[in-house]
Design a protein around this ligand. Structure first.
Ligand code: SF4
Length: 356
């Protein structure tokens, strides 16, 4: 789970606090954020021409076919690259501790996401409980590792989407969804039938399976992978997933193939494309450099990246167990990470320094 996705103790509390991201962009006259990248006509989509990707799949009947296919993936679970082979339809579970039905920790309009997602009325966030990565530094340990939250039927999940849309949210933002792709697919046609018409954001740690990506092809509008570590040594130590780097590279390439670089409407709201997050870690600028080079060289220099500075020791991190991670990153480290991003040729990034 991403540090930018800090969950509230309660929805009310979050609404009251409206915690702001450190990567906030200045607002335009209409109160909606904008950056120089949003004035580039190549990355513009007019809101009257926009329709969520899933509408085509819904009209053709393909969304129902994918929904049925997704459930079959639960039978011998390979929904994520852990390949546990358990029968989740019979409510067995493994590392993700999630059986037949998804567990939801909370759903609410999130005002702490990137401005292009939160806009003026919030990003309609649905936090799924549990996770398929075991990041030792997780800042949402209660949600991602403990059996928190409530089990939801597909109807209940569809109703949550509709409640967020009715509340004015600009998008539906699925947080930590890697292990519940079939359950999301099962709920989506119901939500569309009820009138869902806002974009879907897939907010992932990037430890996804290619099978799940195939199920979501043409369904997700905005992929938001968090690319954490470049080497298998770091991934084994800090994520308990030695294969993480190769999996992340493969799925982020596929996400880019499906939806391309991030596009915005005339109000500066993200509509379609890939938004990559990268959390700068202590003493890990080589890690940042390798990831930025990959994004620029193998995806596109137009890839939109959020270089995040909010790392703090949490989860299992203690000076004794993980000495390298036992401090916050410095402002200088973050500045260097932004400079590395630019040197890699990536010009569309957060934080931004100048505005149109
Ligand atoms: S989704 Fe859960 S049960 Fe399925 S492969 Fe991943 S960790 Fe294992």
């Amino acid at each position: 789970m991403n540090p930018a996705d800090k969950a509230p103790f309660s929805n009310t509390l979050l609404r009251e606090k409206r915690q702001l991201s450190s990567n906030r962009m200045p607002s335009g006259n209409n109160g909606i954020p904008r950056t120089t990248t949003m004035t580039d006509s190549r990355f513009r989509i007019r809101s009257e021409n926009f329709e969520p990707a899933y509408m085509d799949l819904f009209r053709s009947g393909e969304l129902y076919r994918r929904s049925r296919l997704g459930l079959r993936h639960l039978e011998k679970c390979r929904v994520c690259p852990r390949d546990c082979d358990v029968n989740r339809l019979s409510n067995e579970w493994a590392l993700c501790k999630t059986g037949r039905y998804a567990r939801v920790s909370s759903h609410f309009p999130h005002f702490g996401e990137e401005d292009c997602l939160r806009g003026t009325r919030g990003s309609g966030t649905i936090f799924f409980s549990m996770c398929n990565l075991k990041c030792v530094f997780c800042q949402n340990y209660d949600i991602s590792q403990h059996h928190d939250g409530i089990e939801v039927t597909p109807e209940e999940l569809a109703n949550m989407m509709m409640a967020l849309q009715s509340g004015g949210c600009h998008n539906i933002n699925f947080v930590t969804p890697e292990h519940v792709v079939p359950q999301i697919l099962e709920a989506l046609p119901m939500a569309v039938q009820m009138g869902l018409r806002i974009p879907l954001v897939y907010n992932t740690g990037a430890f996804d399976s290619m099978e799940s990506l195939a199920l979501m092809d043409g369904m997700i509008d905005i992929y938001m992978p968090d690319f954490k570590y470049w080497t298998s040594e770091d991934s084994a130590k800090y994520l308990k997933a030695t294969r993480y780097p190769e999996v992340a590279r493969q799925v982020i390439r596929e996400m880019h193939r499906q939806v391309g670089p991030l596009t915005f409407d005339e109000n500066g709201l993200a509509k379609r494309g890939v938004l990559v997050r990268h959390l700068v870690m202590p003493d890990a600028l080589e890690n940042t450099k390798a990831i930025m080079r990959f994004l620029s060289d193998e995806l596109s220099p137009d890839t939109f990246v959020n270089v995040m500075d909010q790392y703090r020791p949490a989860g299992k991190v203690t000076p004794e167990r993980f000495p390298t991670l036992a401090r916050r990153t410095t402002a200088e480290e973050h500045q260097q990470a932004v400079a590395i991003t630019k040197e890699a040729g990536l010009t569309r990034h957060l934080p931004v320094e100048s505005f149109a």
